[in-house]
Design a protein around this ligand. Sequence first.
Ligand SMILES: Nc1nc2c(c(=O)[nH]1)N[C@H]1C(S)=C(S)[C@@H](COP(=O)(O)O)O[C@H]1N2
Ligand SMILES: [Mo]
Length: 321
Amino acid sequence: MSHLKPNSHLKDEVTPEKLYISRRKFIAGVSAVAAASFLTACARQNKGQTSTTSNPTAFCDGATASVATDELGNNLTSCNDVTNYNNYYEFSFNKEDVASLASNFKTSPWMVMVGGLVNKPGTFSIDQLIKKYKPEEHIYRMRCVETWSMVIPWSGFALARLLNDVQPKPEAKYVKFQTLLNTSQMPGETNSSFPWPYVEGLRLDEAMNNLTILATGLYGKPLPPQDGAPIRLVVPWKYGFKGIKAIITIDLVADMPSTFWPAISSSEYGFYANVNPNVPHPRWSQAYEQRFGDGVIPTLMFNGYDKVASLYDGMDLTKYY
Ligand SMILES: Nc1nc2c(c(=O)[nH]1)N[C@H]1C(S)=C(S)[C@@H](COP(=O)(O)O)O[C@H]1N2
Ligand SMILES: [Mo]
């Protein structure tokens, strides 16, 4: 999509022209009117493609998950969709090009430095992390701020375990994550319209919540490059952009870090980025989402992970978006 202007990218993407509308089933209970107008907007730019799975890769041969649905009964998104429709601006603005453009990304050797306001900073290889923290399957819904969503079987471990081991100091209030900066491997990072490297952050209590994981795999296999290999963050009650890929540093810090999307447009993207159907993006509603393979469904507060609500007691979530 060479015509894409840096500041119009999400506008283009909220009408994800290549979603496979023909395969979509409507779920009972969605207002037909709301769903119809939603789909009209999306269909406008449909270029006639019926599936994102036109380039299935070997990755999905033998892909495994222990269950077919999440705890709410939502179907898992197919492995081919999870690995062929990706947001990863270091490689491409075009979600269907990421898998091939990232296919040679070098993810080994890879070290993750964990430091900042901690008593026991450390640098860990992926093998060390896997050996120590023994990733397990976590089935999570992922809701992109652009309104598409998936249900993904990750392999990962609680970030809290790693953070506890490095011993945050009392002054540590936030966790800051950074993606690899390497323009020869990640051509998108030469685009000076963006504040590279990709940085994300969480409040320390959010980072310590047991739903927050570092993922090293999906569908029973090590992460493929397009989904964030060798290690990425997954915070299931927040919009997908919080799930930073290809992490090289994790720092405990005192102040709220400046993060990638709010730095680009603070009126459109906030630090918290909790999924909230009641707070529209300035350019589109967040009330509904397009679930891969399952059509248009209502978006749930906190993406259906209600237990995190207490993290935000007393906060006006229309202000802290
Ligand atoms: N480094 C990096 N991490 C990133 C992104 C990115 O462009 N660069 N995109 C984010 C967005 S907007 C989403 S929706 C998810 C998509 O994850 P997936 O491609 O594995 O589905 O990754 C997030 N992590
Ligand atoms: Mo996203």
